[in-house]
Design a protein around this ligand. Structure first.
Ligand code: GUN
Length: 296
């Protein structure tokens, strides 16, 4: 039997619709327009595309969008000065500094300079720590999107065996922590894991976030498992063109899994939707508004 395909495009459109409704209430009832600032340093083409999409989605949701561009020769002090100005700006509720940064700039120093309540990426150690101990925190966008898709598809996740392949600070570690908070039994697998195929075969929920094209094969997957593929890898085709693939070999996986996210059109579109959702969360917390009451 072929797996149910979890449609991230459709789901992210629903999330963005909810965000737009929340923005309307914040503006009309509370007189607040949520504001998101994105800082781009340098000319990296992929980063330019991400930033353009983020700004477009922010404006479409009815929020204020501020884009700050600095040349790739910018110093750490110049970037920190921008972050400090945005920290003080009351019309800005979310700050995102696009990564990677040019090599002369210490990424950790920049992330740590962002006011934790405005850290819509959820990368600041204060947010990482608060999330780990179960306190209200800003949660990284991609893992937040994965959890939303999992709960939408499976409902209650408690007691399920979850395997996260990959241990990055941006996806693997926060993903494992969020799954634990949902009462899953969580394993993190990585490049040093022994018998990784067997570990994956134990998963009711398998999250692939390693950045290795089509590494996870259909025979690594338990029948009926839910597979979330975070990978976005561009590979060459025989005809010299390129195509996007995930970290999971989709064609073999779809015959075994119960449900699977495709690449493209799965997790990817959820990341920007969750960035907007995080900006709503930040705006509400900064203004002592109960987020759950926005839409009644
Ligand atoms: N570069 C690629 N993805 C991301 C992201 O989610 N946040 C930031 N800040 N930079 C990125």
């Amino acid at each position: 039997m072929s797996a149910h395909i979890i449609d991230g495009k459709e789901f992210s459109a629903r999330v963005r619709g909810t965000v737009a409704d929340q923005v309307k209430v914040l503006r009309e009832k509370h007189g607040i327009t949520p504001g998101l600032a994105v800082v781009l340093v340098g000319e990296d083409p992929a980063s330019q595309v991400y930033v353009r999409n983020k700004n477009r989605s922010t404006v479409e949701a009815g929020m204020k969008s501020e884009e700050i561009k600095l040349p790739d020769t910018a110093t750490e002090e110049e970037v920190l000065a921008v972050v400090n100005r945005l920290n003080e700006d009351e019309s800005i509720h979310g700050i995102l500094v696009q990564l990677p940064l040019p090599s002369q700039i210490d990424e950790t120093a920049v992330i740590d300079a962002i006011a934790p309540e405005k850290d819509v990426d959820g990368f600041h150690v204060i947010n990482t720590g608060r999330q780990a101990v179960g306190l209200p925190a800003m949660v990284p966008c991609t893992p937040r999107g994965c959890i939303m898709m999992l709960k939408d598809h499976l409902g209650d996740l408690s007691g399920l065996n979850a395997v996260v392949v990959g241990r990055s600070n941006i996806v693997g570690k926060p993903m494992a922590s969020l799954l634990l908070a949902e009462s899953c039994t969580v394993t993190i697998a990585h490049s040093r894991t022994k018998n990784i195929e067997d570990v994956c075969r134990g998963a009711d929920i398998l999250v692939a976030a390693v950045g290795r094209p089509e590494m996870i094969k259909g025979e690594w997957i338990k029948a009926g498992a839910t597979v979330i593929d975070v990978g976005i890898n561009r590979i060459a085709k025989d005809d010299g063109k390129t195509r996007l693939v995930g970290d999971v070999e989709f064609d073999s996986a779809k015959d075994v899994a119960g449900a699977i996210t495709p690449v493209p059109g799965g997790v990817g579109p959820m990341t920007i939707a969750c960035l907007l959702a995080n900006t709503i969360t930040a705006t509400c917390r900064m203004n002592d508004i109960e987020e759950a009451t926005l839409l009644g």
